[in-house]
Design a binder for this molecule. Sequence first.
Ligand SMILES: Nc1ncnc2c1ncn2[C@@H]1O[C@H](COP(=O)(O)OP(=O)(O)OP(=O)(O)O)[C@@H](O)[C@H]1O
Length: 227
Amino acid sequence: MLPMANTHLYKPNLVIVISGPSGSGKSTVIDALCKTDETLQLSVSATTRKPRPGEKDGVKYHFLSKADFEKYIQQDRFLEWTAYGDNLYGTLKSEIAAAREAGKDSILEIEVNGCWEIRAQDQNLAPARSIFIFIVPPSFAILEERLRRRKTESETELKQRLDIAKSEVEVLKTAEYYDYWVSNPEGTVQQAVDHIQAIITAERCRIDAKFIETININALLSADCSD
Ligand SMILES: Nc1ncnc2c1ncn2[C@@H]1O[C@H](COP(=O)(O)OP(=O)(O)OP(=O)(O)O)[C@@H](O)[C@H]1O
């Protein structure tokens, strides 16, 4: 488990958005982070895509019918939602609220288009603060190799994902979408995990007048606690 200094001073407040092309390694990296950082809680996305073999409802995704997904849109239950390929993906507002109630930072895996929607409504997230991290694959050839190895998409879906990946990487040319980029080189996930953990640690220690409540100064002033 990751040793966290001054845990009694930190009030979890972050919405950490991890994005990047299909096959860049988002799920793999998030899995590893959640195993080592107990202050992170994965926000379970909703999707209309069919479960892959072994996937259970409510663990990585809430699997919804298209009709239910559309009903949730009408009921304004999504923080963001987007179409990707032939399916819909979205983040339920209730997931962020649940993490906050549990005293955790939320970590989200979001398609590139969905990021922009969350960025655009940053104010609605208050008192939480969002940070956006883009995972960069080493090359498109390796991206294709990873997706082929994973064997979860048909040939048509795979081609569609690779085409979309190119346009997604293009957004890095503008500095508007993301705060950080992290590369995920072939053969080791640990490097990307370590870099993202360093970013999260720095963001937890950030002093920002708007979010000064992140630091529990009263705990320091009133309690005789050491950490
Ligand atoms: N650094 C790495 N080296 C080698 N293989 C990796 C690395 N990172 C991830 N992989 C593998 O690449 C494949 C794609 O990774 P993963 O499913 O995490 O990507 P993703 O970005 O979440 O994709 P999607 O958006 O399609 O869900 C998986 O089989 C995973 O085991």
